[in-house]
Design a binder for this molecule. Structure first.
Ligand SMILES: Cc1cc2nc3c(=O)[nH]c(=O)nc-3n(C[C@H](O)[C@H](O)[C@H](O)COP(=O)(O)O)c2cc1C
Length: 183
């Protein structure tokens, strides 16, 4: 069975990003995948301080939830990265999570993510798709650096209040199909 890790980078539970990521997960489940959902706002994930212990074949020195999440990342076939736009970038939660991928940027650990597929899901208030441009760029470059494959993206402009995204059925359908295509 295909395993998907669905990561919600908004602190707002049941908010637009959560709904969007859940829709991608629903599409993947419909094709038989097992989905593990991570709400970053409910986890303790500290900042990477660049000590590079992980590059010396050691465990990350941070005593936080990434200890359990690193094996989940390794075991997954694909990852969904979901974040709202916060000041034209990702949330702090998502950035701290992505920073911890430096763990995979060494020969010992690179195998654990090489070739792994990922999709990104971004919700934001402004109407211009360009608002998500820096986030798309960040993931395109970072995932390519890690030799992962950005398999698709769903960008949802014009959503502000919690649940606004439910008024965008065509975007949710796009998200569902993105999830189906991940499996
Ligand atoms: C701190 C903060 C910064 C934000 N910055 C932007 C922004 O730069 N551009 C934008 O279009 N929306 C911005 N927003 C709006 C959110 O992207 C929008 O409300 C989104 O739907 C929230 O998703 P969520 O329900 O998953 O938390 C910001 C919201 C917050 C709280």
């Amino acid at each position: 069975m295909s395993k998907i890790l669905a990561v919600v980078g908004s602190p707002r539970k049941d908010g637009n990003t959560h709904i969007l990521v859940s829709k991608i997960a629903e599409g993947a489940r419909q094709r038989g995948a097992g989905v593990d959902e991570l709400l970053l706002g409910e986890l303790k994930i500290k900042e990477c301080d660049g000590c590079h212990r992980c590059w010396q074949g050691k465990e990350c020195g941070k005593r936080d939830d990434m200890r359990h999440i690193y094996p989940k990342i390794g075991d997954s076939d694909a990852i969904i990265f979901g974040t709202p736009v916060y000041w034209y970038g990702p949330t702090g939660l998502m950035k701290m999570f992505l920073d911890r991928f430096v763990y995979f940027n060494c020969p010992e650990n690179r195998e654990k993510v090489r070739g792994k597929r990922a999709v990104i899901a971004v919700a934001f208030e402004e109407e211009s798709i360009e608002t998500a441009g820096l986030i798309v760029d960040m993931f395109e470059k970072s995932l390519a650096y890690l030799e992962m494959e950005l398999a698709g993206k769903v960008l949802v402009p014009g959503v502000s209040d919690k649940g606004d995204i439910l008024q965008k059925p065509e975007r949710l359908e796009e998200a569902f199909e993105l999830g189906q295509g991940l499996v």
